[in-house]
Design a protein around this ligand. Structure first.
Ligand SMILES: Cc1ncc(COP(=O)(O)O)c(C=O)c1O
Length: 476
């Protein structure tokens, strides 16, 4: 445990939360970090006091993450990291607006327009005055269409009262974590992970337990490692297939091995994030975890419209699971946001009406993603020392560029990790990418290929040129 004394703030009183402990002995305040922050090696501590507001900025030595402990805010929000993907996308957008020709490959959204049939349904909903509150869990029309989809495409039987529609899959996952986790529970998350999972666990005062995977194993979770890390505190295992950020797809046999382990831990639930389900490249196939023998009762299946149907701005996702858990999510939603947009729900019914796996509209997009994936895998595969696991789904390539760590660039300095390499590639190559450390793997960088082939060709050229300019660091 690390402890720091700083000058007293008159507004301060005792604050505690799991992993964070603030105390107030007389004129000094003790701030200590327990195991949740044990990997933080503190390099600097700054304080600023404005009108009884004291905030501390703590930097981790390994990267430039900043965790700001603002004593006027709740310990819960202080324990959260902001989303790095959102931050980098915003930074790149600001550069573009300032006239810098940055190629943006950081965002997690398809570059395609929402298919016309879906747009029409949304426009018609507005014209027809379908603009009022819907039932909290979503319209019966949409929930029935989701049940039909889950039956036909995933072999899963649900009734409409086992479905809750929310403002994006992100809300579904957050609500599910809040609904099932108690303070101190462990949320098991294989790394690389989608940036939000650990933060969602922290929001619920649960402890994220990160299980590393290996690029040589296609970033798939080793069942033996899983088994060795489960305890009676383990409450939720989050699986994401196809995966953001790696594009890995869990084969059915591996999911069966994981299911056999889950079966031995009656308190453990699985949240299966299947939002990239339709963006999958043959011969890979998608298996819904809930469809495995004995797993329906133990699984919360999350899916949404953002990725496959290019509907990120429509904000619509859903969760399916045993009524007991889904009703709890519904209860949270009823006091939080109420039902999702009536217009988007009409559009989503049209999306599900496009046919099996989104029909031709979706398969056309998937074909384009596959062509881009092939181009990137080939292009980066030509670089000595760079490691790639060919993605089987989603629209991201998670490339191990760690062979460049330790090099220097003129006018930039040392490249020591994924963060500094991304900053260098933004400065020098004018390409915005996301450092792997945001996803729990500092050896890699995430490249989103939700961009045209010509944009990707320009990006590869810029990245390769910038990497060629790097020189091995001369030891001091
Ligand atoms: C793995 C994963 N799950 C869930 C989401 C949330 O999607 P949305 O809230 O747009 O439905 C995303 C978005 O980036 C994602 O990558």
């Amino acid at each position: 445990m690390s402890a720091f004394y700083v000058q007293n703030s008159p507004s301060f009183s005792r604050i505690e939360s799991p992993g964070l402990h603030f105390d107030h002995p007389q004129s000094f305040r003790l701030i200590s970090f327990s195991s949740q922050f044990s990997n933080l090696s503190l390099r600097s501590l700054e304080t600023s006091t404005k009108q009884q507001r004291t905030s501390l900025v703590v930097r981790a030595v390994k990267n430039i993450d900043q965790m700001e402990f603002d004593t006027t805010l709740s310990p819960r929000v202080n324990s959260l990291k902001p989303s790095k993907t959102v931050a980098i996308t915003d930074q790149a957008t600001a550069l573009v607006q300032a006239g810098v020709p940055v190629i943006r490959l950081a965002a997690g959204e398809p570059d395609f327009d929402t298919p016309a049939v879906i747009v029409e349904a949304g426009v018609n909903a507005i014209r027809d005055g379908y603009t009022r509150y819907t039932p909290n869990a979503g319209t019966l029309e949409l929930r029935s269409a989701i049940c039909h989809k889950l039956k036909e495409e995933n072999g899963l039987s649900y009734s409409p009262d086992q479905i809750v529609v929310s403002n994006g899959a992100k809300q579904c996952i957050t609500q599910a974590v809040l609904a099932v986790c108690s303070p101190g529970d462990e949320v098991i998350i294989p790394a690389p992970f989608w940036v939000s999972y650990p933060e969602m666990a922290r929001l619920a005062d649960a402890t994220p337990v990160i299980l590393p995977t290996n690029i040589s194993e296609n970033f798939l979770l080793d069942p033996k490692l899983l088994e060795s890390k489960l305890t009676d505190k383990s409450r939720l295992l989050i699986l994401c297939s196809p995966s953001n950020p790696t594009g890995s797809v869990y084969p059915r046999e591996l999911l069966e091995q994981i299911a056999a382990i889950v079966a031995k831990h009656p308190r453990l639930l699985v949240l299966s994030d299947e939002i990239y389900e339709h963006i999958i490249y043959a011969p890979a196939t998608h298996t819904s975890f809930a469809s495995l023998p004995g797993m329906w009762d133990r699984t919360l299946t999350v899916n949404g419209f953002s990725k496959a149907f290019a509907m990120t701005g429509w904000r619509l996702g859903y969760i399916a699971g045993p009524k007991h858990f889904v009703s709890a999510c519904n209860k949270i939603q009823s006091q939080f946001t109420s039902g999702a947009s009536s217009i988007s729900q009409k559009a989503a019914v049209a999306a599900l009406g496009l046919g099996f796996a989104g029909g031709e509209a979706v398969s056309t997009m998937v074909k384009a993603f596959q062509e881009r994936r092939d181009f990137l895998v080939k292009s980066f595969g030509e670089l000595d020392g760079v490691k790639i696991s060919e993605p089987k789904g989603a629209f991201y390539l998670f490339v191990d560029f760690s062979c460049y760590y330790g090099s220097k660039a003129d006018g930039f300095g040392l490249i020591q990790d994924s963060e500094s390499l991304c900053r260098y590639l933004l400065d020098e190559g004018q390409v915005a990418l996301v450092p792997g450390d945001a996803f729990g793997d500092d050896t890699c960088i995430r490249i989103s290929y939700a961009a045209s082939l010509s944009t990707l060709q320009a990006a590869v050229e810029n990245i390769k040129k910038a990497l060629t300019a790097l020189k091995p660091a001369v030891p001091a």
